[in-house]
Design a protein around this ligand. Structure first.
Ligand code: GLU
Length: 394
């Protein structure tokens, strides 16, 4: 193995030392996504839910919610619970068996979250996503809006992959990457991956006594990827490898990521109390990262010409309403990137549009209150939300 540069290593003697200070990024996190793995949630031998542990986690979630934080849970465990109920054999399952197991287990899982949330005065909401829901822009927007609405209503979204319909070619298979996509989708400040280990090590600590804990990663270099190796157990689909891949997704979206152990009671409180963790720190915040992505990466599928009033509103940080639009060019779908131009043709910026070109043309120049009557169904008030917009100048 290649030598590990010192910059990655925790100072001698402080590794895994509870009682140290949590990084300030934790207290500053307003929106937190927490990924809970199957191995933490279910007892390997009995296949039962570890209720006491989950209860302690929900105490932490409740404390965060009371402190005004938005919490989204991404929970595995459906297949692990269901396979036991169906008395499926040990060892790898066929795809159809996993789908059947997930169908059975997901009910128990959702029920457990519902009950534990209710006991704490919280409301749990189940969201089952497929790969397509997070990759296709249109469906991505739908999923994002639903999660945003639930958070606005103070519910706790509990997300899992929709394993009953996901087939092998079109599924995540592991909730590490799914949770990173969810975190980027909702512009979370922090993604917590609760693992069976307290972070990333220079080598697998179980087999290598010289392995050292890495407290901080600021860039996912090939060396970091090499440290992650390939591990993964029968219950947890992801090993450290999928966690580092999740880190890439999170960091690109401006979301910080924490890997820490979930093998303690109150694992989220433990982070605040300075438990050993690996922080992956993003170079920018989620809003800046998203705006950069909108500004730089996408081929605009059309253009929207707006009047002087709308231009002024945009420059003062407002969203684009249909009323301010004077012309629309191009055939685009909901969620596509479009150019925004002033009435003199100057490019003002780019944004992700909330309507396809047919509907957008129908509602342009109209008040937002008239949208429902024009389209025959409720629609969003804004044509391009300010968070989905990157202006050339501020
Ligand atoms: N979605 C799977 C389940 O709920 C788990 C995937 C994973 O282990 O990451 O059983």
């Amino acid at each position: 193995m290649t030598a590990t540069p010192d910059k990655y290593l925790q100072a001698a003697g402080t590794s895994a030392n509870p009682g140290t200070q949590a990084r300030p990024e934790w207290a500053r996190s307003k929106r937190i996504v927490v990924k809970i793995g199957s191995a933490l949630l279910t007892d390997r031998t009995t296949g039962q839910l570890k209720s006491e542990w989950l209860s302690s986690l929900m105490d932490d979630v409740s404390a965060l919610a009371c402190a005004g934080k938005d919490v989204v849970l991404v929970s595995s465990g459906a297949i692990a619970l269901g396979r036991h109920r169906l008395a499926l054999p040990k060892g790898p399952l066929q795809l159809e068996q996993s789908q059947a197991a997930a169908a059975v287990g997901q009910i128990s899982l959702a029920h457990a979250y519902q009950e534990l949330a209710k006991a704490r005065g919280l409301i749990a909401a189940q969201i089952l996503l497929t790969l397509g829901d997070t990759e296709e822009r249109r469906r991505y927007l739908n999923a994002r809006h639903t999660i945003e609405m639930l958070l606005a209503l103070k519910a706790i979204p509990v997300v899992n992959e929709n394993d009953t319909v996901a087939t092998s070619e079109i599924r995540y298979g592991d909730n590490d990457r799914l949770s990173a996509r969810v975190a980027s989708m909702v512009s979370a400040d922090t993604l917590v991956l609760l693992s069976d280990i307290d972070g990333l090590y220079t080598a697998p600590p179980a087999s290598n006594p010289d392995a050292r804990h890495i407290p901080l990663v600021t860039e996912i270099t090939p060396e970091i990827e090499a440290m992650a190796g390939e591990a993964g157990t029968e219950l947890s689909k992801g090993g450290m490898k999928t966690k580092v891949e999740a880190g890439k997704i999170a960091l690109a979206a401006g979301t910080n990521m924490v890997i820490t152990t979930g093998k303690v009671m109150n694992p989220l409180r433990a982070i605040a109390e300075g438990a050993a963790v690996t922080w992956f720190l993003a170079k920018s915040d989620p809003v800046t990262a998203k705006k950069r992505w909108i500004a730089g990466q996408l081929e605009p599928a059309g253009q929207i010409v707006i009047d002087a009033g709308a231009e002024k509103a945009l420059l003062s940080g407002k969203s684009l309403l249909p009323a301010g639009v004077v012309r629309i060019d191009g055939d685009f779908e909901r969620g596509d990137a479009v150019l925004i131009r002033g009435s003199d043709g100057r490019e003002l910026g780019r944004g992700l549009i909330a309507y396809g070109h047919v509907d957008a043309r129908l509602i342009m120049g109209k008040r937002s209150g008239a949208i429902a009557a024009i389209l025959g169904h409720e629609g969003r008030d804004t044509l391009i939300h300010r968070d989905d917009m990157a202006l050339n100048r501020k």
